[in-house]
Ligand binder design. Sequence first.
Ligand SMILES: *[C@@H]1O[C@H](CO)[C@@H](O)[C@H](O)[C@H]1NC(C)=O
Ligand SMILES: *[C@@H]1O[C@H](CO)[C@@H](O)[C@H](O)[C@H]1NC(C)=O
Length: 482
Amino acid sequence: MVFDISFWSRSINKFLKNKVFCGVGRSKMGHLAHKCLLFLFLMTSTVFILSWFFVLKSSSPYSVDFSILPNTNLLSIDTNRYSRTCDSNQILKVFMYNLPPEFHFRLLGWKGNGKSVWPDIHVELPEYPGGLNLQHSIEYWLTLDLLKSEFDKDLRGRSAIRVYNSSEADVIFVPFFSSISYNRYMRKRPEQKKSVNELLQESLVKFLTAQKEWKRSGGKDHIIVAHHPNSLLDARTKLWPAMFILADFGRYPPTIANVEKDVIAPYRHVVSNYVDDSSDFDSRSILLYFQGAIYRKAGGTVRQELYYMLKEEKDVHFSFGSVQKDGITRASQGMQNSKFCLNIAGDTPSSNRLFDAIVSHCVPVIISDEIELPYEDVLDYSQFCIFVSTPNALKENFLLNLLRNISKEEWTRMWNRLKEVEKFYEFQYPSQENDAVQMIWQAISRKVPSIKMKVNRARRFSRTGLPEESGLSTAPLPRNFG
Ligand SMILES: *[C@@H]1O[C@H](CO)[C@@H](O)[C@H](O)[C@H]1NC(C)=O
Ligand SMILES: *[C@@H]1O[C@H](CO)[C@@H](O)[C@H](O)[C@H]1NC(C)=O
């Protein structure tokens, strides 16, 4: 569905136009004909070389890297065009396992009636525990959306529906609420050998690997949400053939998770949206805002260095301290009153701060070389974020010179763009067109062709068995699952 031919048709159109032009140019016919031939030759060789490139690329274990496809213009979020490319006949079909409630809603405290696996969402909507837990609540919103798709007659704005026959599904969704399982149940009581979080992961691996759906694909078409960086810590090394929904790859070896196979989801922002934002460049009195923890582990030392560089500046707010209850309100006011908001790598490359900045319409300044961003295959972040490499950020005066030099017009352009993209980061129930839930389903959809290819390739030898001393030397992955 993403393999759009518009780039090629555009190129071919250009080529044809050129050709026509060549035909008309009578007076210099010989010269131009020569030029045409040369052009034709170049064109053919380019296509030839490109096709080789794709062939080589696709023979790597993680097939197609969408980012190299020439389609970025097409999908860069011009919403109307965008929704047309994902219209109703391309809705993602999702089969969801009926996992017992202890893997999902019971972790939120839902009691249920002992009969039904799922809450009847018409009658009761179990709440996700609030506070900072919410930033990783992605699992909850995706599951609710699938449950709701059962009752939706109107498919407008919907990017995924639940199907009950797994043979008809594009992907298989695993409704394990891994982030809340980590946040709430990672500690073990003295008399226990293992925490609930560990036990759940063990049962999950046992359950999944016994399913016919898993065996059919080796897990490659399974979707597992593990948004908290420490969630699924044990099971990830066993379930890695699946597609993970993650915050970043900071705590994953590239064989277990990577940008080709997996999907990056935004954090749910913790500050509230800036509704009816009538601020402007001049009314936002703080140039640069940062609030966060100091003395973080590896990768976080840049925070300290920046602090010493910026602390004397009058129009910079730079302070440390974790965000507590009234802290969230103060952070929200601070961001809404600032032109730029700093996002510095902490002990992981990503944080909810970026999404807090976006919904505060405070232009994010990202200093995190390893960060991965949601939907970046269709969204150009340079239109509303400023990226600064860590070495540059640590050069004397580099950052402030850069920011002070950004004109009111340029800033206002980014601010307007922030207001346009804000909805892509909104988790809500019921979900709405192109909000975070739908954007994540769409990101999954864009990976379906490459999943299908991987599954099909893995079936090549299913009839006759693999050659002795397996010739499949192309798989640099742990082969703990078939
Ligand atoms: C599930 O779908 C497959 C493929 O369309 C079909 O052959 C099969 O009969 C379906 N199973 C049920 C129980 O409907
Ligand atoms: C500010 O921008 C202008 C033009 O974009 C550039 O020539 C100048 O060197 C910049 N100044 C600083 C301090 O970065």
